[in-house]
Structure formats: structure tokens, C-alpha cells
Design a protein around this ligand. Structure first.
Ligand code: CXF
Ligand code: ZN
Length: 360
């Protein structure tokens, strides 16, 4: 089958091959024919070493498709079912799963770092984050997919698997934004736009979007931002809109020390700071011992939007069906797998894209 292969960490291009295969489907696994996948910034972060990944490997982690084979012990899927993938399959029995925090389950995620599920040129290759949707087919644990209705377009379903879950989930599950609040969002890519949509769904009264790319401001407003500015303009709004008090909630959706620091500085005393952006392991952010206690802010990490995928994927798709969550508008471009390097380059260069979707 066709797949885009990352040969080495540090490569800036993926190798397009047509001789890639998967491992056999184990008793608790399923094979999915990928029908749509988003191109997420974390795929670039895997290539440049910002996020942990193994090479050789198949990137892509935001996908949806059709179940084409099931293992002997799988009873929750039938061949022909439509499903959305997840990069954190919940085991269902660990302390995190039982404690209602399945997005922190590490059982399948650790296994994915030890069990290559692709074969490239006769050698084992890993699926990124246990998935690997830049391939026509992949094998995952049955827990790594959530069944959806056959009436939902695959490209809409794919968006939910990472960016939308991460962004909307950060607002609803992690921060629990309340109606009438004021919200600052730093970064207007696919996840930032999802944070903006989540804030709108939560009834936030003021949503200030921040991005250095001015072309993204109109898009941010379309999805619910009440204001959209460059980073240099934030100080002015801090004064004019908040009376120098700061915002109730500030979301970093970049993952860099300056934006995390800006989220902290611009949240009001007693406000909530949420780090959604996926930063480097060695990027350090400075806080003074005094400000951490004196400002009484809630500093929250948000991984995968605190997802409970079995609860939240259907919830997000219901919101889309009800016309309350704009997913169609998030698709900037539809491409084929052989255009993947152009898509990655556009995203890396900060082009004005929300989601580029590969359809198979
Ligand atoms: C990432 C987090 C690390 C694994 C891949 C997905 N999240 C969003 O892109
Ligand atoms: Zn992602």
C-alpha cells in the first residue's frame, strides 16, 4: 500500500512509498482503511524532534476510516463500521481509566513505542503515537478507535481525532470556561481555532484571539473571536478591555516559553492559565516563587483536551450535526497523499491554513 515514511528524525520530507505493509491483525486489534486524515502541527514536531517519535515510522495521527478486519477477540466492531482513531487508546482498567481520566492512560501508548505495526522495505516501522494515518491502512488496538455513524463524512470525523478534541476539550474539560467569561487565546492554528469555538460554545462574552499572522485574524473572528490582534497589540487590549486586570482564562496554544509566559501575565489574579501547546522537553519557562502564590492563578496543563474519547467524540459530532460546531469551515484544503510534503511545508512556514485534509 501507499504510505508516507519518516526515515529519520530531522528529515524535512517524508518518503512516499507504495510497498508498505502492516503487521497481521492480533486478537485484540483491528485493521482500518484510512479514508481521511488531517495534517497536524504535531506531525512536524515529530519530524524535527520537538515531540518523541520513532523512525522509521509512519506519521499522521488525526484520522478516520472504515474497519476492514477484526481480531478474534474483538466484539465491539464489525467489518464495515466507520470509526475515528485515537492516539490514546484507553485500556479501561488502569488507575487513570478507572479514575475518569482515560486521556492519561499510558498502557497502549507505551506498547506502541515497543511494537512496530508497519513494515517498510522488509524492516519494522512504527506508527506515530500508535497510529500512522499517512498510510492507506493501519492496525491498531480495538480500544484505539471509536465507532461513528455511517452518515458522518470521514473528513469531518477525522478533525475530531486530534485538533478539535484537543482545543474544544481544553475549554470544556480542562478549564471549564463559564458563561460570560473573558478569554484570551494565543495561537490561531487548528487547535487555537478549536479553543475559540469551545469558548464560544461555553458562552464566553469576550474571546480575544492572538496570532502574528494577520491573515488569521479574520478566520479567528469567523469562528467566534470578538477581537483578533497581533502579540504586540495584546498589552493595549489588556488595558482597554480588561482595565489592566487581565482575562479570566488565558490559553497558550503555541507551546513556547514566550506565549506560555504571556498567557500567565495576561490572566487576571485568580484567573486560569491553560497550556495546550505541545512544547519541547528542554524549553524552560520562568516563574517567580512569589507570583505563583501571590497571583493565585490556576496553571493547568491540558493534554488531548482531557478527552474521554468514547464520551467526547460523539458529543463533538452531535454539536457539529446541530450546527453549533463548525468543522466544515476548518478544512482549508483537500489533498492527496502525494502532496503531503507541500502540506507539511505550508504548515511549517506558518501559512494561513487551519486543516489540510488528505483523503484516500
Ligand atoms: C499530540 C501529542 C503527542 C502525540 C501526538 C499528538 N497532540 C496533538 O497533536
Ligand atoms: Zn495533532
Amino acid at each position: 500500500m501507499k504510505a508516507a515514511v519518516l526515515n529519520q528524525i530531522g528529515d524535512t520530507e517524508l518518503e512516499l512509498r507504495d510497498d508498505v505493509t502492516t503487521t497481521d491483525v492480533g486478537p485484540a486489534e483491528i485493521r482500518i482503511r484510512v479514508r481521511a486524515t488531517g495534517v497536524c502541527h504535531s506531525d512536524i514536531s515529530a519530524m524535527d524532534g520537538t515531540l518523541p517519535a520513532l523512525a522509521p515510522g509512519i506519521l499522521g495521527h488525526e484520522g478516520a476510516g472504515e474497519v476492514v478486519e477484526i481480531g478474534g477477540a474483538v466484539d465491539q466492531f464489525a467489518v464495515g463500521d466507520h470509526a475515528v482513531l485515537t492516539f490514546v487508546p484507553p485500556c479501561g482498567t488502569c488507575v487513570n481509566c478507572v479514575g475518569g481520566r482515560p486521556h492519561l492512560c499510558a498502557i497502549h501508548s507505551i506498547a506502541a513505542f515497543m511494537n512496530p505495526r508497519f513494515v517498510v522495505g522488509g524492516n519494522p516501522a512504527f506508527g506515530y503515537a500508535g497510529t500512522g494515518t499517512f498510510a492507506e491502512e493501519l492496525v491498531v488496538p480495538a480500544a484505539g478507535a471509536v465507532q461513528i455513524g455511517a452518515d458522518i463524512p470521514f473528513e469531518i470525523a477525522a478533525l475530531v481525532a486530534c485538533g478539535v478534541m484537543t482545543g474544544v476539550g481544553a475549554v470544556l474539560n480542562t478549564a471549564k470556561v463559564t458563561p460570560g467569561s473573558t478569554v484570551l487565546v494565543l495561537g490561531c492554528g487548528g487547535v487555537g481555532i478549536s479553543v475559540i469555538q469551545g469558548a464560544r460554545l461555553s458562552g464566553a462574552a469576550q474571546i480575544v484571539a492572538v496570532d502574528p499572522v494577520v491573515d488569521k485574524h479574520e478566520i479567528a473572528r469567523h469562528f467566534g473571536a470578538t477581537h483578533a490582534v497581533t502579540p504586540e497589540q495584546v498589552a493595549g487590549l489588556h488595558q482597554s478591555l480588561t482595565g489592566s486586570q487581565g482575562w479570566d482564562y488565558a490559553f497558550d496554544v503555541v507551546g513556547a516559553p514566550p506565549t506560555i509566559r504571556s498567557a500567565w501575565d495576561n490572566a487576571r489574579r485568580g484567573g486560569t492559565v491553560v497550556v495546550v501547546g505541545a512544547g519541547r522537553a528542554d524549553a524552560m519557562v520562568r516563574f517567580s516563587a512569589q507570583e505563583l502564590f501571590l497571583h493565585d492563578k490556576r496553571l493547568l496543563g491540558s493534554f488531548y483536551g482531557g478527552a474521554d474519547v468514547r464520551r467526547d467524540y460523539p458529543m463533538l459530532l452531535r454539536l457539529w450535526q446541530a450546527g453549533k460546531l463548525d468543522l466544515d469551515g476548518m478544512i482549508t484544503k483537500r489533498i492527496k497523499l502525494d502532496e503531503i510534503n507541500d502540506a507539511l511545508r505550508a504548515l511549517r512556514d506558518g501559512a494561513n491554513v487551519i486543516r489540510q485534509i488528505v483523503t484516500y
